[in-house]
Design a binder for this molecule. Structure first.
Ligand code: MN
Length: 133
């Protein structure tokens, strides 16, 4: 079982992801905006973060940049969630340090595969500090 932090401002998406990931046996921590996501990344030390990119107060790109810049949090894998399917968004998310990228509407089975793969990579000791690391 892993602790997953879901940073998502949309109530329906947050509830859906939370319920479905909890059903797979994961422990879930929730945040509704950028600053709360940043704080909970430190206070709960999650094994993985699902990060909506479009968030109030501080967007997901900025939260990701800050987490990847700090050696304390840089190793936490981050999956970017974005409503935009544009190639530009994908490269921006990866440049910010996101480890993977999923487009909304979320294909849950695909997301689960990505979560599992990143958790296994982290457990096996590989550095998961983002594509620029
Ligand atoms: Mn959003």
């Amino acid at each position: 079982m892993a602790t997953l932090l879901i940073v998502e401002d949309n109530d329906l998406n947050r509830d859906m992801l939370s319920r479905r990931l909890a059903r797979r046996g994961h422990s879930i921590v929730l945040a509704c905006d950028g600053p709360e996501g940043l704080t909970k990344a430190y206070t709960t030390a999650p094994d993985l973060i699902l990060m909506d990119m479009s968030l109030p107060v501080m967007d997901g790109w900025e939260v990701t940049r800050r987490l990847k810049r700090d050696p304390v949090t840089a190793g936490i894998p981050i999956i970017a969630l974005t409503a935009h399917a544009m190639a530009e968004d994908k490269s921006t998310a990866l440049l910010a340090g996101c480890d993977e990228f999923e487009t909304k509407p979320i294909d849950f089975e695909r997301l689960i595969d990505t979560v599992t793969r990143l958790l296994e990579r982290r457990a096996s000791g590989h550095h998961a500090g983002g594509n620029l690391a």
